[in-house]
Design a protein around this ligand. Structure first.
Ligand code: NAP
Length: 277
């Protein structure tokens, strides 16, 4: 079986570079069984990092993840997120404990501030540190933080990752955020790596895909995964999609492919504010 390239967090934890997203999972009861089967198939294939959040379905996605990992907790690396509106000292701890209950576990491996809100960052970071101390989370990180947001973190605060929007149509972070994260030695988590499906009908993607006998979705993922500091977390709610995405690990884009994709989706030449979905 294909072994995914791994990415190492500053804590030393290692995860496969291809994980699984869960936004909108658990929203539709008629799809529940398929979604759980998809996450479990992903675990079978080694896509062990599962990304969720208290926001997704107001906890429904976390409950679904809890069901999917029942009896398999040790195989999964769980990532969840606290809403900025909960991210004060008491709220962060309460939100984490509620997420733990929904996930049916006593530990979230990596806990992120979903985006920056009005709570002072030092207050959130203190609460996150206390969750590490009590063992409820393995470590913490941030999401949707641009370069200036990272700079505003309190001195001595070391996030494990920055989870941001990144795909062929959203290359802005390559200009300054990715170099900054490299300086800080933190890997990036690329969310919406296939632009929620909108990318998949693009002609340039189809051309590269057909040259490899691959699907466009696999080209989109292989392109994100070409960087050694990026983890991609596509959401797939069928086992067939999970298997297709997993096979992207075997797709190696050539220099010609990368040039063709650069032409269709030019890299940034100046600072672009970080985009958010
Ligand atoms: N931190 C943040 O602010 C933030 C924001 C957005 C997302 N996220 C995280 O990132 C994850 C991924 O982002 P996303 O869900 O927005 O978008 P995405 O992963 O780019 O796209 C998901 C869409 O692609 C489809 N898809 C997946 N694999 C496919 C395949 N092999 N063939 C055809 N279609 C396929 C899915 O369909 P099916 O569902 O039918 O398989 C779904 O409609 C989220 O689920 C969430 O965990 C984080």
């Amino acid at each position: 079986m294909t072994q995914a390239r791994t990415v190492t967090f500053p804590s030393g934890a290692q995860v496969p570079a291809l994980g699984q997203g869960t936004w909108h999972m658990g929203d539709d009861p008629s799809r529940r069984a398929d979604e759980i089967a998809a996450l479990r198939r992903g675990l079978d294939l080694g896509l062990t990092m599962i990304d969720t959040a208290e926001m997704y379905g107001s906890g429904a996605a976390e409950e679904l993840v809890g069901e999917a990992i029942r009896g398999r907790r040790d195989e999964a690396f769980l990532v969840s997120k606290v809403l900025p509106s909960h991210a004060d000292s008491k709220g962060t701890v309460a939100a984490c404990h509620a997420s733990l209950r929904r996930l049916g576990t006593d530990r979230i491996d990596l806990y992120l501030l979903h985006w920056r809100g009005s709570v002072p960052l030092h207050e959130t970071v203190e609460a996150l540190d206390s969750l590490v101390s009590e063992g409820s989370i393995g470590s913490w990180g941030v999401s949707n933080f641009d370069v200036d947001d990272l700079a505003d973190l309190p001195e001595g605060a070391h996030p494990e990752t920055d989870q941001v929007l990144y795909n062929l149509t959203r290359r802005g972070p390559e200009y300054d955020l990715f170099p900054r994260c490299r300086e800080l030695s933190i890997p990036i988590m690329a969310y919406s790596p296939v632009e929620q499906g909108r990318l998949l009908g693009h002609r340039a993607l189809a051309a590269v895909a057909s040259a490899h006998g691959a699907f466009p979705v696999q080209v989109a993922l292989a392109w994100v995964l070409r960087r050694d500091d990026v983890i991609a977390i596509p959401k797939a709610s069928t086992t067939a999609h999970v298997e297709e995405n997993h096979a992207a690990l075997d797709l190696h884009l050539t220099d010609d492919d990368l040039r063709a994709l650069d032409q269709a989706f030019p890299p940034p030449t100046r600072k672009q504010p970080l985009e958010i979905l």
